[in-house]
Design a protein around this ligand. Structure first.
Ligand code: NZQ
Ligand code: ZN
Length: 390
């Protein structure tokens, strides 16, 4: 194993810790762009609590509201313009992954020469990564993406019908204020999609990394068992603070880099899901619930011991034969996702799905060639990809 690991985000975690937002913000600036979505934070009371904390600490703000799920580059441009116009010196993101991602890119875009779409990874061109950004503080209200404590953001372009990502060190939030109470109001469907997303972050790292990472495997298995156990409770009883807390913590660790340290993991299922969200605007975790088990069935034969380990250590499969244990593990995962209300097929989410080959081509167009997209094991070609979208 060889690696270098860096994550500079200070994490403040626990019920009611949103009251610490103001103090955290005051150490980075005095005029914040407060980024929010389409109103959930106003209805839940999260906005009021965040604003009270900012005011008590003497931090002024201007609100950039209306960030849409699967945030658009046009919204990023609007936020960057507001930062310049109001001379903001800090960005506070209060919302789900969409709000946090948009806020992170706004913070970089305000100091960037050129158009922020140039930062984004798209096949066939080298992204011009940002090297500076205003300080960002994330306050997640939905447990899913891990964006609160990582250097990534995922943005869509309506004109290009593309959804893709940027990763840059300057996008790490300075502080993540993670208060699980703020997730009590997340409806059942988005709670389930968040669970599906957390599971996918962990399984992508687990199955798509190098061999010889027993510590990381153990971290991933523990986080998977936790999110499956408590995710079910959070879906069934949204008011359970214990369940919300465990799922929120799982979401942070699943994608803050720590679980995947040294694995050199890649994320093929995420690349495929971006296609579904770009073409149909479906929630990320819903798309993953369809594609992740389908991808696993394709990949299991080429790494059967690892899939058998997942089945036994996470899905409680007893079977001694690796091949049938692996299959049973995937079947149980699919069943779990369906039981919490996630879709199982593209047609469960989309009225008129395209042909599988169209999704496969669109994925390759953005993410790279067959081996670029799915380097490592197993190699896929267009027909394999097509099979996963069936
Ligand atoms: O817009 P509002 O009104 O806030 O409503 C949202 C939205 O409708 C609602 N919601 C959020 N918090 C709530 C709430 N409703 C009630 N109570 C609350 N406390 O939930 C809906 C979905 O929100 P969204 O932010 O879109 O969901 P999520 O957190 O799953 O974020 C998804 C986005 O993050 C990207 C995805 O691709 C997608 O664009 N990802 C970002 C990653 C990263 N930066 O590292 C990694 C992930 O793999 C993912 O790709
Ligand atoms: Zn994800």
């Amino acid at each position: 194993m060889k690696f270098s690991f860096y994550n500079p985000t200070r994490l403040i975690f626990g019920a009611r810790c949103v009251s610490k937002l103001g103090e955290a913000a005051a150490s980075y600036g005095s005029m914040a762009l407060l980024v929010t979505g389409r109103g959930s934070v106003k209805r839940s009371g999260a906005f009021e609590r965040a604003v009270e904390s900012l005011k008590t600490a003497g931090v002024s703000f201007v609100e950039c509201e209306g960030v849409e799920p699967n945030p658009r580059i046009s919204t990023v441009r609007r936020g960057a313009e507001m930062i310049r116009r109001h001379r903001c010196d800090l960005v506070v993101a209060l919302g789900g992954g969409s709000v946090m991602d948009a806020a992170k890119v706004m913070a970089a875009a305000a100091l960037y020469e050129g158009d922020p779409w140039d930062m984004m990874y798209v096949r066939g061109r080298k992204p011009r990564l940002p090297d500076k950004a205003l300080p960002v503080i994330t306050v997640p209200t939905l447990a899913a993406t891990g964006s609160e404590m990582n250097e990534g953001a995922v943005i869509s372009s309506d004109e290009l019908k593309v959804k893709t990502f940027v990763e840059a060190e300057c996008l790490f939030p300075r502080v993540a204020v993670v208060d699980p109470e703020l997730t009590l109001s997340v409806p059942r469907d988005h709670t389930a999609y968040g669970v599906s997303d957390i599971i996918a972050h962990l399984t992508e790292g687990y199955f798509n990394g190098v061999d010889g990472t027993p510590i990381q495997d153990g971290f991933a298995e523990a986080a998977l068992r936790t999110v499956i156990r408590w995710g079910r409770v959070a879906v069934e009883d949204g008011s359970s603070l214990e369940a919300r807390t465990q799922v929120q913590w799982a979401s942070v660790v699943a994608l803050n880099g720590w679980v995947q340290v040294g694995t050199r993991a890649y994320f093929p299922v995420h690349m495929m899901e971006h296609t579904l969200s770009a073409l149909h605007d479906v929630p990320h975790g819903a798309g993953l619930a369809v594609l992740n088990p389908a991808w696993m069935s394709f990949a299991a034969p080429s790494r059967v011991e690892k899939f058998a380990a997942f089945a036994r250590n996470v899905m409680e499969v007893q079977d001694r034969d690796d091949g049938s244990a692996a299959e049973e593990g995937i079947r149980r995962l699919r069943e779990f996702l369906a039981s919490i209300g996630c879709p199982s097929r593209i047609s469960d989410m989309v009225d008129s799905p395209l042909e599988p080959v169209d999704y496969a081509r669109a994925t390759l167009d953005v993410a790279g060639d067959e081996r670029g997209l799915l380097r490592g094991r197993p190699h896929m070609d267009l027909s394999d990809l097509e099979g996963i979208f069936k």
